[in-house]
Design a protein around this ligand. Sequence first.
Ligand code: PLP
Length: 405
Amino acid sequence: MTKVPFAPPRMDQKIIDEVVATLNSGWITTGPRTSLLEEKLSEYTGAKEVTCLGSATAGMELVLRWFGIGPGDEVIVPVYTYCATGNVVLHCGAKVVFCDVADDFNIDVSIIESLITNNTKVIMPVDIGGLPCDYSQIMSLVNQNHVMAKFNATSPEQKSLGRILVLADAAHSVGARYGGKMSACLADVSTLSFHAVKNLITAEGGAVCLNLPEPFNNESIGKGLKCSSLHGQSKDALAKTKAGGWKYDVLYPGYKCNMTDLQAAIGLVELARYDDDMLVKRHHIFKSYEAGLSQYSWAQCPVFETDNKVSSFHVYMLRIRGISEEQRDTMMIKIAEQEVAVNVHFQPLPLLTAYKNLGHDIMDYPSAYDQYSREITLPVFYDISDEQIQTVIDAIVMAYESLNL
Ligand SMILES: *Cc1c(COP(=O)(O)O)cnc(C)c1O
């Protein structure tokens, strides 16, 4: 048995009871609980419209397709992210243009402008670890006259927006704050993930949070996304059960990536206790790691609170100063030997075969490589005890000392 697992989901009687109640309710697929979760998420985040789906990945892809992204288009993606952010761009047949990251692991805003061409349609910032990107700078960049002048709209939605769309991959940052606003409200569109290792879980699941400016109608776009998640069917399964409701149309060949009420049931329980319980616990874990590790000059602890940002404390991304990738890998083995589960978040995408094969080269992203090569992600989960936190800290110190630097 591992002494400290990495990120087991919180599971308790309350969740089990709500899932059982859903099973007994006679309605297990997309229905009343999914709608309620959308309402509660909109209340919680302040997003104008929330559509729940089968995953964050599906949400990002539906949004790109809604915006008319296809061959010839370019989408700017930070090189330091999970493959989902890049994969959805490739699914649409568009080109991924990678941007290097800053010292906080997030997209380096000072580089973005140099990557914008006449084909740039979307920027997808990722809130790595839960710390929001510099959205005020990104939004002001895409709204600058000379940047807007370059924008070459090729779909009705692109014409209506008249500029680059900012689609935030907020998979990590549910509940994070930036300048008094919540994550999910910081970009035109934000996607959240409720995958089992994330902060707010539904086993698998995600949401699209819409905050598009005039003249867009966020509510009808949200309904359109839901329709896209159900084959383009004009009525969902619940609407069809109403008297005389059997007849439906298929408006276009949509996808199949809806959220089920069984998933929503878990999310509803977790969301109700998210701020006052889950985030409080995660903050405590982050503070404890910092208190235990910051005394060592070799430990570079992650930033999770600044003047205007508060993280959602999703993953604790420790860096070790002055070590090589090989030395980091040796530390990973030493830590594992002490039965502590750690990880590396993330392998920058050019390190992965799918992206190497497209010609991307990690040497072009020196900051991302530097962060990655010295990074070790520590366990953060609701049920971790203070004793386990100390076990993790001791394991890291021992692993570092074994390098004999
Ligand atoms: C988990 C994750 C996703 C994908 O979320 P799913 O709900 O599993 O599709 C996207 N981006 C990042 C940065 C992630 O960590």
